[in-house]
Ligand binder design. Sequence first.
Ligand code: NMX
Ligand code: MLT
Length: 433
Amino acid sequence: MPNIKEKLKEKIEAWRPRTTKLVKEYGNVKIGEVTIGQAIGGMRGVKCLATDISYLDPFEGIRFRGYTIPECLEKLPKAPGSEMPYVEGHVYLLLTGDIPTEDEVIELVEEFKKRKHVPQYVFDMLRAMPRDTHPMTMFSAAILAMQRESVFVKEYNAGIGKMDMWDPTYEDAMNMLAKLPAIGAYIFRMKYRGDTIIPAHPELDMGGNFAHMMGIDKPYDDVARLYFILHSDHESGNVSAHTGHLIASALSDVYYSISGMINGLAGPLHGLANQEVLRWIQGVMDQMGGKIPTEEEMKKFVWDTLNSGQVVPGFGHAVLRKTDPRYQAQREFCLKHLPDDPIFKYVDVLYKVVPPILEEQGKAKNPWPNVDAQSGVIQWYYGITEYDFYTVLFGIGRAIGVLSNIIWDRALGYPIERPKSLTTAMLEEIAGI
Ligand code: NMX
Ligand code: MLT
């Protein structure tokens, strides 16, 4: 058994009594109340999920296993000659809660290499789809097509016990994570680079290999590492993470859950906002003839968008009440590597003008930029101008966190999810109407 799995097993066994004690002895302790507004309004703020993989503070932003983004970027081991940590080290952190040593990361890099072969039928299926199919549809279908590979299903059918179910789930999760970058890169090269597929490199780590298969030179390997780490998890309530967890709670295998997770991520209010940001900026650029707008000119574009009833993509958040630290991390990357890029300058003007406008409009609870406001700029700069593809990159990253969560859900014996609904008449009665 690889060391990481041994370690995970120890961690799981040590953790279980905490969950059991909470449920058995303190199960009736209240952690909040639910209002009618929350029941109808997307359950905003309802505390009804438990995870230790990450926690989102409204003002500080995300912590992965207790570490902020700057701490993760500083403490996780880095690939030789790279500014950014190995993605594999971040997987190790999310799974075990520990910052890995250099040797532990290398072991995981090797583990993923062994599992990265994508079955040919996945590519055959992608090739049979119309080429103008959205990349997220292709990505979701490719993941779902691999469902027949599930180790969990085989062991479930053979009668595995509940407390052992995390083990085949781990196997499925690792098999899937190892393959996702190759599937993403295949979709990209097939759709947008004249079907010139670049096979995986036998020696490279996940970020390095992804850049290689995309056909983009350094420092795109670091862009990939940064991107996959930043997008990995945002606690459990967001649409993609919650969808993955919900599907898995029925003991559906991770191929079903991650395919569903991708479908949720494909909504413009969620992950697809990163493509919408670039689409929006391109619209402004066309109208400006490529010239960087002044703040006054940009304000008019923003108000036009709001007055036409649309949202300004890349701004606002259901939980955050400050600038997203994932935005900041990418902004710092831009300031270092592409300070003079015209699209970065657009994004910078937006950073200045949008928050006061959203405040003046008085609807959005959070006027500040989220992760999606900055991410497309970097991709565009390194040659990925086909913005339809951006959410696939988000999806590869998000799979890391959601799969870690699902392994732990199984390890801690979380049951099938099933909240209760009420009718409008019942709500009216409760309200005393
Ligand atoms: N532009 C215009 N209006 C906005 C924006 C925005 N960026 N953000 C929120 N609002 C509106 C929102 O549509 C709602 O209007 P109404 O009452 O007419 O329905 C009102 O402000 C209150 O919404 P909030 O409670 O502030 O936000 P909520 O929690 O419902 O939604 C988002 C959060 C992220 C869906 C929302 O801010 C939004 O639509 N942002 C733009 C899309 C985006 O960037 N999504 C990506 C989020 C991050 N991710 O990757 O998932
Ligand atoms: C995410 O990363 O999932 C988004 O920021 C949305 C969220 O957390 O609600």
